[in-house]
Structure formats: C-alpha cells, structure tokens
Ligand binder design. Structure first.
Ligand SMILES: Cc1cc2nc3c(=O)[nH]c(=O)nc-3n(C[C@H](O)[C@H](O)[C@H](O)COP(=O)(O)OP(=O)(O)OC[C@H]3O[C@@H](n4cnc5c(N)ncnc54)[C@H](O)[C@@H]3O)c2cc1C
Length: 486
C-alpha cells in the first residue's frame, strides 16, 4: 500500500488551503473528508467576509493572523477564479462609549499596518450609506474588507489540489487511527479504506478534538458557537454598499449587514454556545434577535424580506483562540479552534502548517510542473451581452436557462458537474442555481436530471447534500427506485 507523505483530515477551507499549498510541492497528499463535498462543514455556512485586518487583538493568534490572511486573498482569487471583491466596511457608533470601540479598532489597525482606515462623521455616513440609522454618530471605514463566496473558495482550492495530484476522498469519515509500528506515521480508517501517511494534519473542524483523542494527542476541547444568518430578497441589492458592523461585543464582531458577493443582502450572525455539534437549526428567537439588532443599524430592514436562512457552528477552543501546528504526538499536527476569522486566515494557516510539517522533518520541494491556476468558470448572468452571444454561438447549452431566478444555464451546470459537483448543494454553491427567490422550485428537477445524465447518479439517488438527504424515491415511470427503509 502506498504511504502518503501527508494526510489532511477535513476539506473545510483550512484543510483545502493546506492541501492546495502542498500540491504545489512534490509531496504526496491525501485529503479525507467525512461529508460528500468540500466545505460542507462550517466553511460553507458563514458570513463570507475577508475581515479588514483591524478587528482582532494581535496578542491572540486569531487576531494576529487576520491581517496577513486578508492580504493573501487577491492573489488566491486571481489564481483560482473564485468570487472575491473588496467592498469595504463601516463599524458604526451610536454614542461615546461605542466611539471608544472605534478608537480601539483604529489603533489596532494602525499598529498592524492596515491601510486606508478613515473616521467618517455622521454627515458622511448619511451621504455614503443613506439607509443607515440617523442615530449613527460616527463610523470607522476600512476599505480592505472583502466578500468571498466561501464555498467556491473551498471547491476551487480542492479542484486545484486534485489537478496537481492530491488524492481526495469524500463520504470518508476517519473513524480509527493507528500509529504505524515502524514509527513512520499513521494508518487511518476512513470510509471503508485504510490510508497510510507519514504525517497527519487534523483540520476536522468541530470534531478535531475527537480526532486528536483517536490519535492520543492532547489538544483543545471544542465547543460549538452557533450563528444564524438570514438572506434577504435580491430587490434589496444596493441597500447598503459596504459591510456594516456594530461596535463589537466580547464574543463576536456583532450582528452585521452583509452585501454578499452576488448582491444578495444577508444579516446575521447570532453567537450562542450549544452542546450539540449538529444543531444547524434556525429559530424564531434567532430571527428576532438578528432583526432587532440590524434594524438598529438600518431601520428599513424587515423580517418579511427573508428568502432563506441557515446556521453555522464555529469551533471554539476553551481559550477562545486558534491552535495550529505540532501536538504532543510527533507527526500528528492540528489546526483546531478555527473560529472567526478562520476563513480570512485560512491561506496563512496553511502556510503555518506547512512550516510546522517542515520543522518535523518533512522535506518540501517545489514542483515545477504544478499549476497554481484554474480556468475561470462561465458566469452567464454577469457576462457582457457580446460574451453571452459568443458563448451561445459556441455551445447551445449556454442558451438553455435552467435557474430563472439567478439566470444559470445548462452549460454552467454541466461545467460544475464536470468540475466535481455531485449533489444539488454542490451545484447550487458552484453556480447559484436554486439560490434565488424561488429557492430551487423551478430548477431542482432539471439539476437532478443533469446529475443523472452527466455524473451517472440515478435520479432517485440524487441528494441535496450528505447521505440521507435524498429528494426523490423513484421515477413515476416505474423504473426501480431507491430502497426506502424508514
Ligand atoms: C456563522 C458564522 C459566520 C462566520 N463568518 C466568518 C467570516 O465572515 N469571516 C471569517 O473569516 N470567518 C468566519 N467564520 C469562521 C469560519 O467559517 C471558520 O473559521 C472556518 O470555516 C473554519 O474552517 P475549518 O476548515 O477549520 O472547518 P470546517 O469547515 O468545519 O471543516 C472541517 C471539515 O472536517 C470534516 N470532518 C470532521 N470530522 C471528520 C472526520 N472524522 N473525518 C473526516 N473529515 C472530518 C468536516 O466534515 C468538515 O468538512 C464564521 C463562522 C460561522 C459559524
């Protein structure tokens, strides 16, 4: 059996970034993910903000990595072609006590070297963002904040890694870890396979503490801190141009107004600890809390504008900080407690992990044949008319509209399947088909048919995401369907 140099457990943004960074070297890497596609853990369910750099306390690791992480995203997005834009942010104050928070954030930002910070008075805030409350007395503007489609980042990192030779296994939870008798690494049981590797990096998000226990490594105990987010009707596109933050609290950057990359406005998240690491429910209390808080920022926002909602779970260590690098078990490394700003910091977390692997003896040599870029995907809805015409002339699949809300063509869905989508969520997150006002009411069946045609997944076996999330039982034409046990 081949013994890989490195096994990365978890294809969230951290594991994906690490696998991709290693894929640019001559290292042999296996990426192992419990769920059906990359990013289906916390990495798909967040605010999608590349934080400006001035929020975190530099005395903590998570605060120290925010600004270096922020700076890595332009190059990464240019190489991999995922959606990323620096739209800037405002942290607003309603009174002198909150002004003091702005002073603190500004001082932090200046100490870290975050460029472009400005204080805006109430008049400037009203001129630039007229939808914000007229009770705002001052704001701190940070142009370095950006928005990204986080799931796209995960998919493209993994796609690039795989193109450069990384072996990826999905639906493969690691359930047992054995130290190899020759001292040369570990054997992992994952999804019915035995996988050997000389080094293991545990980037298993919320379950990283359980994985450490399997390896006999001590590390942080992890709790889940739930965040509910609410997506609003696209007619509110442009309601605010920038990310809007309140003055922060002790446990969170607060409940925000987020103009997402694709133009949909999102509000959230909440921040409440939960003992249930699977609790992705959204609640009436969560919605009430979010809207009460964001209506203080922008009184015109209405709960009735909600078209979709979701919750994500931050993996929070006891000391509230990131734990990255070596553990007390040689060759078993970790990236745990990666709460916010873990998305922002992921590229530099990957670099730190690579350095930690090198410190433990892994020889890393750049691979001159590795290709750091990916071809950009077609985005019909936002292409210039002349480009749309050329696409249609080249390939009629781009003339067939599948998702009418978001204008996604059959050609784009076919391309997404060719690039790795195996579930309806995989298609949705890659193309936006099903993300619009009707939430897939029109296009779901067509997407299922395309998964059947292009990925060879029989229609009754098509899933929304992980096993168990089937949509259909059988075809009405009498073709045998999936066996239903409950
Ligand atoms: C509501 C919310 C909003 C946020 N907003 C932001 C933001 O705007 N900006 C920002 O920078 N950060 C934000 N964050 C934080 C950010 O989302 C996380 O820091 C980041 O996604 C963590 O990535 P990860 O790879 O460590 O974890 P995950 O994405 O959870 O990946 C871990 C992976 O490991 C897999 N796994 C678990 N157990 C096993 C096993 N036994 N075998 C194999 N695989 C396993 C899981 O299935 C999962 O896919 C937010 C978080 C939340 C919850």
């Amino acid at each position: 059996m081949e013994r890989h140099d490195v096994a990365v457990i978890g294809a969230g943004v951290v594991g994906a970034a690490l696998a991709r960074t290693l894929s640019l070297t001559r290292t042999s890497v296996v990426l192992i993910e419990a769920q059906s596609e990359a990013g289906f853990g916390t990495s798909k369910a967040n605010s999608g903000i590349i934080h400006a750099g001035h929020h975190g306390d530099p005395a903590t690791l998570k605060g120290a990595l925010e600004w270096p992480g922020n700076q890595a995203w332009d190059a990464l997005a240019a190489e991999l072609g995922f959606a990323f834009r620096r739209i800037g942010e405002l942290t607003v104050a309603f009174d002198d006590a909150e002004r003091a928070h702005l002073d603190l954030l500004e001082a932090r930002g200046r100490a870290k070297g975050v460029p472009g910070l400005e204080r805006w008075d109430a008049e400037r805030v009203r001129r630039e963002e007229p939808a914000l409350s007229h009770d705002v007395v001052e704001a701190l503007y940070a142009p370095t904040a950006g928005v990204v489609n986080p799931y796209e980042a995960c998919y493209t990192l993994v796609e690039n890694a795989v193109r450069n030779g990384v072996e990826a296994h999905f639906d493969a939870p690691v359930t047992a870890v054995e130290a190899l008798e020759d001292g040369g690494g570990f054997a992992l049981q994952a999804g019915g396979r035995r996988i050997e590797a000389r080094y293991v990096v545990n980037a298993a998000g919320l379950y990283g503490d359980a994985l450490n226990a399997l390896a006999g490594a001590s590390g942080p105990r992890l709790r889940a801190r739930k965040g509910e987010e609410y997506l609003l009707d696209k007619r509110l596109q442009g309601y605010v141009e920038r990310l809007v933050f309140p003055a922060p609290s002790a446990t969170s950057k607060g409940t925000l107004i987020i103009p997402t990359y694709d133009g949909t406005l999102m509000v959230g998240p909440t921040a409440h600890e939960t003992d249930d690491k699977e609790d992705l429910t959204t609640t009436a209390e969560g919605a009430a809390e979010v809207f009460e808080k964001v209506r203080r920022l922008a009184p015109g926002l209405q709960p009735s504008d909600t078209i979709a909602q979701f919750a994500g779970l931050r993996a929070v260590a006891e000391d509230d900080d990131f734990h990255v690098g070596a553990t007390d078990v040689p060759r078993w490394l970790q990236a745990l407690g990666i709460q916010s700003p873990g998305l922002t910091a992921a590229p530099v977390l990957a670099e730190r992990l690579v350095a930690a692997l090198a410190e433990q003896g892994l020889a890393l040599e750049p691979d001159p044949d590795a290709e750091p870029t990916l071809p950009p995907p077609v985005r019909f809805a936002t292409a210039e008319p002349v480009v749309q015409e050329a696409l249609v002339a080249r390939d009629p699949a781009y003339a067939t509209m599948v998702c009418r809300c978001e204008w996604v063509t059959e050609g784009e869905i076919r391309d997404a399947i060719a690039r790795g989508a195996r579930t309806l969520d995989g298609i949705k997150f890659r193309t936006r088909a099903g993300m619009g006002r009707c939430q897939g009411g029109f296009c779901r069946l067509r997407c299922m048919e395309l998964l059947e045609r292009d990925a060879g997944i029989a229609l009754p076996d098509v899933r929304k995401h992980n096993p168990g999330s089937w949509v259909a039982i059988a075809r009405v034409d009498g073709t045998p369907g999936r066996e239903v046990t409950s």
